[in-house]
Design a protein around this ligand. Structure first.
Ligand code: NAP
Length: 395
């Protein structure tokens, strides 16, 4: 009989054999998803013996177009709503498919308003840093900002109307023709993101939250984001302390601070140990996540989760890399660590730790896929499926 994850007053109620929907993904998606499923199944068996995941395939991307005639069928969204927690492989952005990006559409339709990106150095991974101590979690707003899709092409009637309104009513002086993009940042969206980050930080005993923004220039969007985030911290009272009011040791309290976006990039390179959780708007978060991943050795192993209120879809951070599709070659590490995040999210933490430790061991033993092998001396080159088996064997 089908078993479902449900929400009770105290949190998730997770049955022993929950149904978890997954999208295989385009290009290298099939390979990395198969690899991740193999590893997660093994970890759950090893950690608990009497638990397992009932995987349910749902379609999106090229496979959905082929089977159902559209790139993102409603049944797929309904399944993620129904089962609450799922996994997705990378999807190719269709050219002329009516989508800016299927990924953005999934986040918007499911109201998964936070992209959570842990970026932590895994010992043994070749990194460009002399000494790598980076261990941050980026909470990136995922619905608003210039990603909201409110954009008008230069020379169109729509762009003309907006420009004329701005110039006539606001004396804005926008040149015509110009391309127009709108950057909505709401109080609601900013506050709920910050609340999610604070709750996570307190539950997981993290030390600080840094609000990253470009409020010195974009005062009423990025600047307002900063203010609203600080506001959202107020109800947490004695559990938090503002950096500006801190005298000496925070005594176990969560420190809340803010940094201007450009300086944030410098700080992560120069003083990484001073940063922990970073809360940011959509575009800033997109850039920072990639830069931070490069700092610990690249996107091949960086995981990610699209998280909303009591629902989430976990996915690797890389794309569908079509040129490598079907070659059983790429690194499934990002997909594997994303499933570990998924297990953490549903409270199956022992299995999550098994995965992280086993993957760390494979890397330290220099038994890796091509992307890491080319940067390591004396490493053994493994295929995608071989790497997954290696991780499973290490548990
Ligand atoms: P990509 O698929 O991430 O690939 C770019 C490069 O990153 C690859 O050529 C490879 O570099 C490296 N790479 C990616 N995945 C890897 C892995 N698992 N192991 C090792 N190396 C890996 O980016 P793209 O070529 O720009 O995008 C391809 C398609 O994916 C596009 O349609 C894009 O829109 C889509 N996309 C989807 C998502 C998503 O579904 N979340 C995210 C990003 C992009 P080397 O060749 O140098 O080894």
């Amino acid at each position: 009989m089908e078993e479902r994850i449900t929400v009770k007053k105290s949190g998730f109620s997770v049955p022993k054999h929950p149904t978890v929907p997954f999208i295989e993904g385009d290009g290298i998606g099939r390979e990395v998803t198969e690899a991740a499923k193999l590893v997660v199944d093994r970890a759950i068996e090893k950690a608990y013996g009497d638990r397992s995941i009932e995987w349910l395939e749902v379609y999106a991307g090229e496979k959905a177009k082929e089977h159902v005639g559209e790139y993102l069928p409603k049944q797929t969204i309904d399944s993620f709503e129904k089962y609450r927690v799922g996994f997705k492989g990378p999807l190719t952005t269709p050219v002329g498919g009516g989508f800016r990006s299927i990924n953005v559409a999934i986040r918007q339709k499911l109201d998964l308003y936070c992209v959570m990106r842990p970026v932590k150095y895994v010992k043994g991974v070749p990194s460009p840093m002399k000494e790598d101590v980076l261990d941050v979690i980026i909470f990136r707003e995922a619905i608003e900002d210039v990603y909201a899709g409110i954009e008008y092409e230069a020379g169109t009637q729509e762009a003309g109307k907006v420009i004329s309104f701005l110039n006539k009513s606001m004396k804005a002086g926008v040149r015509d023709p110009s391309g127009i993009g709108i950057k909505p940042i709401s109080r609601f969206g900013s506050e709920r993101l910050m609340k999610m980050a604070i709750k996570y930080a307190l539950e997981n005993k993290r030390k600080s939250i840094t609000i990253m923004h470009k409020g010195n220039i974009m005062k009423f969007t990025e600047g307002a984001f900063r203010e609203w985030c600080y506001n959202a911290a107020k109800p947490f009272g004695k559990n938090v302390v503002l950096e500006s009011e801190l005298k000496g040791d925070p005594k176990g309290k969560l420190v809340i601070k803010d940094r201007i976006a450009d300086s944030m990039f410098q700080q992560l390179l120069l003083r990484p140990e001073e940063y922990d959780i970073i809360v940011c708007t959509n575009l800033n978060g997109d850039f920072l996540s990639e830069a931070a991943s490069a700092q610990v050795g690249g996107v091949g192993i960086a995981p990610s989760g699209n998280v909303g209120d009591w629902k989430a879809v976990f996915e690797p951070t890389h794309g569908s890399a079509p040129k490598y599709a079907g070659q059983d070659k790429v690194n499934p590490g990002s997909a594997i660590l994303s499933t570990a995040m998924m297990l953490d999210y549903i409270g199956w933490k022992d299995a999550a730790r098994l995965i992280e430790n086993a993957m760390g061991k494979a890397i330290r033993n220099k038994r890796v896929t091509y992307d890491l092998e080319r940067m390591m001396n004396g490493a053994k080159l493994l295929k995608c499926s071989e790497f997954a088996k290696e991780v499973a064997k290490n548990m």
